[in-house]
Design a protein around this ligand. Structure first.
Ligand code: ATP
Length: 542
């Protein structure tokens, strides 16, 4: 039907001339006459004209990275909740389908809906002699592979195979294969543009003569320490992301074989390990690195510190990856509870209270349960000891402790946190006990708590910022009910150092609490950014 309409649009006179020609019977002529006079038919033809005109127009995206701009605007508005009209916009931008729409825009603008390229290989083997004949059936779609020229030999090589493209689907071509001929026309030694032209213009059955790369056989052999024909040792480490648990500067290390090639590591950094082709120098560097890591492990295993299990990390998607497990089946925003740890008196409660005060619709202190019956400033739900015990036995408590000489049992129920998360709010928790124990029920795959270590500043800054006369002046501002003695400040610094080194593997962010308003602003920015940026979590949480 469309083709017929298109034919009519293309040649408006052809119908007329057909009717006038003597080749049609009178019935056919009458039918065509009625057909061409029909109002609906004319409307359809007009519609075709309009659509054709519209399709001929090129629509260009205003920006290729709308998501970035939106995230920036979202962050800004979240940190400035009092700006006029921002509330509604934040609410709108928070919606998962809004993100999907913007992401879709960017995908179209960047044409990322097509197949993705696999990484460029570093080396190509050239010693093979067996020729492989590959036959592909190619219509209008591209080959799905890029080629490059080996400058030394002039060989035309497959540089990359696009994921999901024709070459990839055929499973017959591999990065590193040398293309010798296309449809029996030799390309070896020719200008790569000629080869590209031949590959792009060829249609139907395309026959390629290729010298296979050895990469395929060596990579499928896999395994640690397999040796390829090039004499290079291939380490069978799959790409992995790990977290650095200690500071390391190669310049301070007298044992490293090549200091210039050493990596500066900072505690908490995320390292991505890729598959390596290891030359002898790199091999010795890697062995050194592994020995170094092992000796670090051995160093600390002598102490009473709890050893973290070896853990790989994974990127957590940003900006509403959306988990379809909301109460109504709708996606839940990817909020994570914020957990503040730190030595006693460092200001965790103060920061938590103030953060919640900046945006009560978004942040909340989780409701505790207790056997206590009288009220306290912080809200809690009174339960019997048996009820709390039942929750503990069912694994529904993130933390439990006693107060008043063991007379009162207190607990943080997991449900209190999940309820807030489901309501689209971020729970801000201040665990009662010391880490790492207090984090066991919070750093779980379902809660994925983000741990902020509130670090005391150096003693002189502590003395300055927590001086009694300052506290009195700031009473109204900070609601400070507690004055710390000098010995408490000293103990805070020592305890802070111990906690930081014992829990390094559990800390996601270190916040120095020197100036309270500055620390609060950093915490608030971090909390909002966490919702829009990538972050790393242990792989087994996902
Ligand atoms: N940066 C700061 N400058 C000045 N005073 C501060 C600062 N941070 C916290 N404070 C004050 O220090 C006191 C202790 O803070 P807070 O009660 O929050 O500590 P905490 O870490 O929760 O300790 P604990 O775990 O023992 O309850 C409070 O009076 C608080 O107002």
């Amino acid at each position: 039907m469309l083709q017929l309409q298109q034919g009519i649009c293309d040649s408006p006179l052809s119908m007329e001339s057909l009717i006038k020609s003597g080749s049609l019977s009178s019935d056919d002529k009458e039918f065509l006459q009625q057909f061409s006079n029909d109002a609906n038919m004319n409307a359809v033809v007009k519609l075709c004209d309009i659509l054709e005109g519209y399709l001929a127009r090129r629509v260009a995206p205003v920006t290729p990275s709308a998501l970035e701009d939106v995230v920036e605007a979202y962050d800004y508005l979240r940190c400035h909740p009092h700006a006029e009209g921002c509330h509604e916009l934040v609410h709108l931008l928070r919606k998962p389908h809004m993100k999907a729409l913007i992401q879709c825009h960017d995908d179209l603008a960047n044409r990322t809906y097509g197949p993705r390229l696999s990484p460029v290989p570093h080396e190509v083997d050239e010693d093979d002699v067996s020729v492989k004949i590959v036959e592909l059936v190619k219509q209008d779609e591209p080959l799905g592979a890029t080629i490059k020229i080996n400058e030394r030999t002039g060989a035309i090589l497959i540089a990359r195979v696009m994921h999901g493209g024709l070459a990839d689907r055929s499973d017959l071509l591999q990065a590193g294969d040398e293309v010798q001929a296309v449809n029996q026309v030799l390309v070896a030694g020719q200008d790569p543009m000629t080869a590209i032209r031949m590959l792009t213009t060829a249609r139907g059955n395309v026959r390629l003569s290729v010298l296979p790369s050895e990469r395929r056989s060596s990579s499928t052999a896999g395994g640690v320490g397999s040796v390829s024909s090039g004499g290079q040792q291939q380490v069978g480490v799959s790409p992995a992301t790990v977290r650095v648990l200690f500071n390391y500067n190669p310049a301070d290390d007298g044992l490293i074989p090549c200091q210039e090639a050493g990596l500066c590591l900072r505690l908490g950094d995320i390292l991505q390990l890729l598959i390596l082709l290891v030359t002898s120098l790199l091999s010795s560097m890697l062995s050194y690195f592994l020995l170094f890591v092992l000796s670090k492990k051995a160093d600390s295993s002598g102490s009473d510190q709890q050893q973290p299990p070896p853990q790989f990390y994974e990127e957590l998607g940003r900006f509403y990856p959306g988990q379809p497990d909301g109460p109504t089946g709708s996606p839940v925003p990817p909020y994570r509870p914020l957990v503040l740890i730190g030595p006693s008196g460092v200001g965790r409660r103060e920061l938590a209270r103030q953060l919640v005060g900046t945006d009560r619709e978004h942040f909340a202190l989780p409701v505790l349960v207790s056997t206590r019956s009288q009220q306290r400033p912080e809200p809690f739900v009174s339960l019997t000891a048996a009820q709390i015990r039942a929750l503990a036995e069912a694994g529904r408590l993130a933390e439990q402790w006693t107060e008043d000489g063991g007379n009162e049992t207190w607990a943080l129920p997991v449900d209190s946190l999940t309820k807030l998360l489901r309501d689209g709010r971020v729970p801000v928790c201040v665990p009662h006990g010391p880490p790492p124990h207090c984090l066991l029920g919070l750093r779980t795959p379902s809660l994925r708590a983000f741990v902020v270590y509130v670090k005391p500043p150096p003693l002189d800054v502590l003395r300055e910022t927590r001086a009694p006369h300052l506290l009195q002046q700031q009473d109204s501002l900070y609601d400070t009910g507690r004055q710390l003695t000098l010995s408490e400040l000293e103990a805070m610094v020592i305890e802070g150092q111990r906690m930081e080194s014992a829990c390094a593997h559990l800390i996601d962010f270190t916040l120095v609490n020197d100036d309270l308003p500055v620390a609060l602003e950093t915490l608030s920015e971090l909390a909002y950014r966490l919702e829009t940026d990538f972050s790393y979590v242990p792989k087994h949480w996902l």
